[in-house]
Design a protein around this ligand. Structure first.
Ligand code: AMP
Ligand code: MG
Length: 274
């Protein structure tokens, strides 16, 4: 077991094992010595992710898909900014999944997701994902219980297909406390630069906190697999969240170990640019 497994293992949801989010402390920062060291580690990891991303792009054979899920204010956008802020825009693409459009609703729920999967050589980040189809859709009863019940296995099969085609999948659930969400939602209400992120309906979603948590527990338990593991990340502290995710992404890319291709059909020893 390499370094990566040892670190990621602190957060990995064991396939098929019951998950009790109430027992996982969203303020837990025991994976780090202290805040300053975690911040320094994050900066180093973000730079390493950029170098590895360059190799992944040059190699052009495989992709990495990072799925970010979490309740409103859990820090999905902030994670993207902190973990991938060193990467050039060439090989990284972020896709945010919103309420499905009319065209999207005319297809099966995985249609828009498959279309958004990263092409070989790139890193794709999903800000929300197909998991909304077993989270908000379940809580709000937008689909029948039978249809939702089928989806867990459909999602596992879909992720297996994507993985077999050369895409490494990492899934992160950003776990915050209800108290922390209250603080962050209030900030959105009070701060003119954040009001655009707030909708009055966010409060209705908040009122269903326990139902959402229960839906997350089932999704993580049933869809954490060896090819596409879920990681539950304590996220009340932004710095601990960012540092944990960056380290897992870095070590996954290191394990993939993408290689620069050798010159094809020419010899660098014989070419002199005049
Ligand atoms: P936000 O991430 O705050 O911009 O909000 C996006 C909204 O789209 C959230 O309320 C999600 O629950 C919702 N959403 C995303 N995917 C789906 C889906 N498949 N069905 C219904 N609502 C969705
Ligand atoms: Mg929102």
């Amino acid at each position: 077991m390499g370094v990566k497994k040892a670190f990621a293992a602190k957060f990995t949801a064991a396939p098929g094992k019951a998950l009790e989010l109430a027992k996982l402390d969203p303020r837990d920062d025991s994976a780090f010595e202290d805040k300053d060291k975690a911040k320094a580690q994050l900066l180093a990891d973000a730079e390493a992710i950029d170098r590895l991303q360059d190799r992944l792009f040059a190699e052009g054979k495989r992709a990495l898909l990072v799925v970010l899920q979490g309740i409103d204010c859990s820090g999905k956008d902030g994670t993207v900014r902190a973990v991938f802020n060193c990467c050039g825009p060439l090989g990284v693409n972020v896709k945010s999944f919103k309420v499905p459009s009319e065209e999207e609703r005319a297809h099966d729920y995985l249609w828009r997701v498959h279309h958004a999967c990263p092409p070989r050589g790139t890193i794709g980040i999903f800000n929300r994902s197909h998991y909304e189809d077993v989270l908000v859709v379940k809580v709000e009863k937008f689909a029948s219980p039978e249809a939702i019940e089928r989806r867990y296995e459909e999602i596992n099969q879909f992720e297996k297909l994507v993985s077999n085609a050369g895409t490494k999948i990492l899934k992160f659930m950003l776990h915050i406390s209800k108290e922390e969400q209250a603080v962050r939602l209030q900030e959105r209400v009070d701060d003119a630069t954040k009001q655009w992120k707030f909708k009055p309906s966010d409060l209705e979603t908040r009122a269903k906190w326990d139902q959402y948590l229960a839906a997350y527990e089932v999704a993580v338990r049933r869809c954490s697999t060896d090819v596409a593991p879920w990681h539950v990340i304590p996220s009340d502290r932004n710095w601990a969240r960012n540092a944990a995710i960056a380290r897992i992404v870095r070590e996954t890319l290191e394990e993939m170990n993408p290689q620069y291709p050798k010159p094809d059909g020419w010899d660098p020893g014989t070419v002199k640019v005049a």
